[in-house]
Design a protein around this ligand. Structure first.
Ligand code: HAM
Length: 437
C-alpha cells in the first residue's frame, strides 16, 4: 500500500512566509523600526512562553477563557503561548524598575497567538508592533504615542484621510457605567462588552443583548444612546462623569489639533478596549476604507501593571499595531512598492575551469557590499538565464574563459536585453555605479 503523505497545508489561522513574503514582511518591519527608533525607542523581546498567571491577572476574561494556547509542561507548570506582549513587558520593566532610566521608551515586534475564528484582518498567529512609554504621568505621553502612531502610517505614504484615530478614557466610561447607569460591579463589564460590539452588530441585536443584562432597560437604554452619541462638549451634560477628565480630554484634543491631527481625530465613547489593565486614556486607529473594519492599532494607559510584580508604581501607555491589519491597509491604499532584486547580480557558471576565479571575484564583490548569487553547476547559458529570471534577477555577470583572458566581465541587463563590458580590475567600483548602489 502506498505510504500516506503528510499535508503541506499550514495550521489554521497561520501563514507560511515564503521568501517573497519575507521580503514584504522585512520591509514593513524595518520601516516601523526606523520611525520608532527615530523617537528614541529601543527594541526588547521576551519569551514566547509565559506562566498563565501573567495573563490571568489583568488581560481580561475573553483572552484567558477562550483565546489562550495553554498547556501544562512536563514539570507541571501551567504555561501559555503569549497572546499579547503587554504583561511580558510589564514583568520585564518591573524586574529592573529601579535601575532603568525614565522615561522608559521600548518597542518590540513579537508574534502572538490567540485561538480566534480566523477572518479578514484576524488570524491565530500575528505579529504586532508594541510601543510603550513608562514613567510619564502627564498627557504628553499620550500625545507622543499618537504622534508616533500616525508617523508610522505617514512613513508608509498614507494620507491623513486614510485613517481615523478614535479615543476615549476609561474613567469616563466607568463613571458613566457606575454612576450614570448605576450598574453594579458585576454588570459593568458585561455592558461594556456590548457597547464594544455595537458597530459589529445590528441595532436589534444590540438592544436585545442590553435587555438581557440591564435591570431597567426602559430608562437605561436611552441614556446609553445619548452617551454613545456624545462629543466632548455634550458629555458635560452627564453630571456624574468627572468634569476634570472631560476637561483634560478637551485640552488634549486642542493640543493634537494644534499639531495637525484635527481632521482625523475623534473622541469616541464607544471605544472600550477589551483588556482589564487600562485605567486612563484608550484609543484605536481605523482604516477609513469600510472594507477593513478591524482596528489597525489599539492601546491605552495602564497605571497598575507594574504593581502586580513589585511595590513600585510606574504608569505606562502604549499600543499594538498588527501586521495583518496593516498589510490590508497598505494593500487597500496602494502603498506597497514593487520589490525587485535590481541591486544584486547573478553569475552563471559557464565552465568548470573558471570556478575558482569566480570564487575570488564574488568574494571581492561581496566584501564591497554587493549581493551576488552564483550558479554551482555548469549549464547551458539559455537555461541559466531562464533560471536567473525566474529568481527575479535583472542583472547577470558573464565571466567565462574568454572574459578571463581579456580581463573583463560582461554585465547583462535582462530587462533592457543589453550587455556592457566592465573592467575586471575595477569590477566592484564599476558595478556599483551601474547598479546605483
Ligand atoms: P489589541 O487591541 O488586542 O491590543 O491588539 C492590537 C492590534 O493588534 C489590533 O488593533 C490588531 O491590529 C492586531 N491584532 C490583535 N489581534 C489580532 C489577531 N487575532 N489577528 C490579527 N491582528 C490582530 C493589545 O494586544 C495590547 N496589548 C496593545 C497594547 C500595547 N496596549 C498597550 N500597549
Amino acid at each position: 500500500m502506498a505510504e500516506k503523505k503528510l499535508p503541506t497545508s499550514n495550521y489554521k489561522g497561520t501563514r507560511d512566509f515564503y521568501p517573497e513574503d519575507m521580503v514584504f514582511r522585512n520591509w514593513m518591519f524595518s520601516r516601523m523600526r526606523e520611525v520608532v527608533e527615530s523617537f528614541g525607542y529601543r527594541e526588547y523581546d521576551g519569551p514566547i512562553l509565559e506562566s498563565i498567571d501573567l495573563f490571568k491577572a489583568k488581560s481580561g476574561q475573553e483572552i484567558v477563557e477562550k483565546q489562550l494556547y495553554d498547556f501544562v509542561d512536563k514539570g507541571d507548570r501551567h504555561v501559555t503561548i503569549r497572546p499579547e506582549m503587554t504583561p511580558t513587558l510589564a514583568r520585564m520593566v518591573a524586574a529592573k524598575v529601579r535601575d532603568l532610566p525614565k522615561p522608559i521608551r521600548w518597542f518590540s515586534i513579537p508574534n502572538l497567538w490567540r485561538y480566534e475564528a480566523p477572518g479578514h484582518g484576524r488570524l491565530r498567529e500575528h505579529w504586532q508592533l508594541n510601543v510603550d512609554i513608562f514613567g510619564v504621568n502627564s498627557l504628553r505621553a499620550e500625545f507622543e504615542i499618537l504622534q508616533l502612531a500616525a508617523s508610522i502610517l505617514y512613513a508608509f505614504g498614507a494620507k491623513s484621510t486614510d485613517f481615523r484615530i478614535q479615543f476615549s478614557h476609561r474613567r469616563i466610561l466607568s463613571d458613566f457605567l457606575q454612576k450614570s447607569l448605576g450598574l453594579p460591579a458585576d454588570k459593568e463589564q458585561a455592558v461594556a462588552k456590548i457597547l464594544d460590539k455595537k458597530s459589529k452588530i445590528t441595532r436589534e441585536e444590540f438592544l436585545s443583548l442590553l435587555r438581557e443584562v440591564l435591570d431597567n432597560p426602559e430608562t437605561q437604554i436611552p441614556l446609553i444612546d445619548r452617551y454613545l452619541e456624545s462629543d466632548l462638549t455634550s458629555l458635560t451634560q452627564f453630571p456624574e462623569i468627572s468634569p476634570e477628565v472631560i476637561a483634560e480630554m478637551q485640552n488634549f484634543y486642542r493640543e493634537m489639533e494644534a499639531v495637525g491631527h484635527s481632521d482625523n481625530l475623534d473622541f469616541d465613547p464607544s471605544i472600550i478596549r477589551g483588556f482589564d489593565y487600562y485605567t486612563g486614556f484608550i484609543f484605536e486607529i481605523f482604516d477609513t476604507d469600510p472594507k477593513n473594519k478591524r482596528s489597525l492599532y489599539g492601546g491605552g494607559r495602564y497605571d497598575n501593571l507594574i504593581g502586580l510584580f513589585s511595590n513600585d508604581q510606574l504608569s505606562g501607555i502604549g499600543f499594538g499595531l498588527g501586521d495583518v491589519t496593516l498589510q490590508n491597509f497598505l494593500e487597500t491604499h496602494n502603498l506597497i512598492p514593487e520589490f525587485n532584486r535590481d541591486d544584486s547580480v547573478y553569475i552563471p557558471l559557464l565552465s568548470d575551469s573558471v570556478f575558482l576565479d569566480l570564487v575570488q571575484l564574488t568574494t571581492e564583490l561581496r566584501s564591497s557590499g554587493i549581493t551576488v548569487e552564483t550558479s554551482l553547476d555548469v549549464q547551458k547559458m539559455g537555461k541559466q538565464i531562464q533560471n536567473a529570471e525566474k529568481k527575479g534577477f535583472r542583472y547577470l555577470l558573464i565571466f567565462g574563459e574568454d572574459e578571463r583572458n581579456e580581463g573583463k566581465v560582461l554585465l547583462k541587463d535582462l530587462k533592457q536585453s543589453s550587455q556592457k563590458p566592465l573592467n575586471r580590475e575595477k569590477l566592484a567600483e564599476e558595478l556599483k555605479r551601474e547598479l546605483g548602489i
